[in-house]
Design a protein around this ligand. Structure first.
Ligand code: PLP
Length: 425
């Protein structure tokens, strides 16, 4: 048996499709966001990061760094075990209170990552409901797909954000059958937003439970950072709100918020919660500091929206193919895996700009893109430098500009095919 040969040919297949992933070796410089050192060929070089999900720069915020370092000094590094075996560190209790309050829910439960929170919660909730039918948006994140799969429940997929299709599926199910509608608020690759009010109204009409992933919205939308549901006054009508502490909040961890009974059931039954060491106290304290700051401060949210809008306008003026997006996410259509990788390499090597290529299976083939995430700390001058670098790169690599593309390239912004689209996050 040639074990190594199997691994090598699996990797070879990725190379042949031009989607073998290479990670840049970066060292972020606290206090100089969005600058980082790129370690390469034995040397290092200062570069600008344009694709971070530390969306508001909170990972370097004074109060967040202080909470983490002080708590580590006071309580040490690790949590010391699972919460079952070693008890719960007090900062985690405070964090869960903060999260319940953020979403106006009775209770919250923290996991070691957003991925784990989705996988563990969706699978456990669906398992606890007899003969549950899961109805899931076709572009849901890989962690939600894993949760659905692990539940063993029957699932149906509705076309992305298509409420008519969702209603068809809800209507066809037996009225007394438990149903769980699983979807996201902000979809991170296109930057579009789900019609949450309509989805919630349908769920109420057909007596289904709702589970929303607000990973790309918490901290950034709503007057206190409670996400799109808070912004639209809908949080009370969602049964489960899931989020991450790792993106806009700049730390690590994931969570769900909802009723006391639902949260207690997940806490008591989910293996992905029970059998793993808890989040370290320093991380919990840092996340709490970040959430508290963003509950009070609107400046980061305003700055992010302003710089994202500015970037979209500046790129469109330069004839760059900006894909329509309703949020802070700015995708530029490339439409070819090889060109996407080449553009990313050139931006880094020639211009000192880091933008990771986004290829299949993170997005459907033919919609490969550069996904740009302006933050409040990407000033106007940086945006102009980026525009010039992009124009040079698109020309040099041979990527069509917006006016050179056939109209149907709009497809990239429309409902995408029924592939297992797994957002890279
Ligand atoms: C990143 C991501 C997750 C996972 O969150 P982590 O905290 O990074 O594990 C879940 N859902 C979506 C939509 C994501 O993009």
């Amino acid at each position: 048996m040639d074990y190594q040969g199997h691994f090598e040919s699996a990797i070879e297949a990725l190379h042949a499709e031009k989607r073998y992933r290479v990670f840049a070796d970066l060292e972020r410089i606290a206090g100089q966001f969005p600058k980082a050192l790129w370690r390469h060929d034995g040397g290092s070089r200062e570069i600008t990061v344009w694709c971070s999900n530390d969306y508001l720069g909170m990972g370097q915020h004074e109060s967040v760094v202080a909470a983490m370092t002080q708590t580590a000094r006071g309580m040490g590094t690790g949590a010391g075990g699972t919460r079952n075996i070693s008890g719960t560190n007090h900062p985690l209790v405070e964090l869960e209170r903060e999260l319940a309050d953020l979403h106006g829910k009775e209770a919250a439960l923290v996991f070691t990552s957003g991925f784990v929170s989705n996988e563990a919660s969706i699978s456990t909730i669906a398992k606890l409901l007899p003969d549950c039918l899961i109805i899931s948006d076709e572009l849901n994140h890989a962690s939600m797909i894993e949760g659905v799969r692990k539940s063993g429940a029957k699932k149906q997929i509705f076309r992305h954000n298509d409420v008519a299709h969702l209603e068809e599926l809800l209507k066809a199910a037996a009225p007394d059958r438990p149903k769980l509608v699983v979807f996201e608020s902000v979809y991170s690759m296109d930057g579009d937003i789900a019609p949450i009010a309509e989805i919630v109204a349908l769920a109420e009409k057909y007596n289904a439970m709702t589970y929303i992933d607000e990973v790309h919205a918490v901290g950034m939308y709503g007057p206190r950072g409670g996400g799109i549901c808070e912004r639209e006054g809908l949080a009370a009508r969602l049964d489960v709100i899931e989020g991450t502490l790792a993106k806009a909040y700049g730390v690590l961890g994931g969570y769900i918020a909802g009723t006391r009974a639902m949260v207690d059931a997940v806490r008591s039954y989910a293996p992905g919660f029970i059998f793993t060491t808890a989040l370290p106290p320093a991380l919990a304290a840092a996340a709490t500091a970040s959430i508290r700051h963003l509950k009070e401060s609107q400046a980061e949210r305003d700055g992010q929206q302003r710089q994202a809008a500015r970037a979209k306008a500046v790129f469109a003026d330069a004839d760059l193919p900006v894909m329509p997006s309703q949020t802070h996410i700015v995708p530029l259509l490339v439409g070819d895996a090889d060109l996407c990788k080449k553009a990313s390499d050139r931006l880094l090597e020639r211009h000192g700009i880091y933008i990771q290529p986004i290829n299949y299976p993170t997005v459907p083939r033919g919609t490969e893109r550069l996904r740009i995430t302006p933050t409040p700390l990407h000033g106007d001058a940086l945006i102009e430098t980026l525009r010039d670098a992009l124009v040079e790169t698109f020309r040099a690599v041979g990527i069509p500009f917006a006016s050179q593309r056939p109209a149907q390239d709009e497809r990239a912004s429309m409902a995408t095919p029924l592939v297992v689209a797994q957002a890279g996050g």
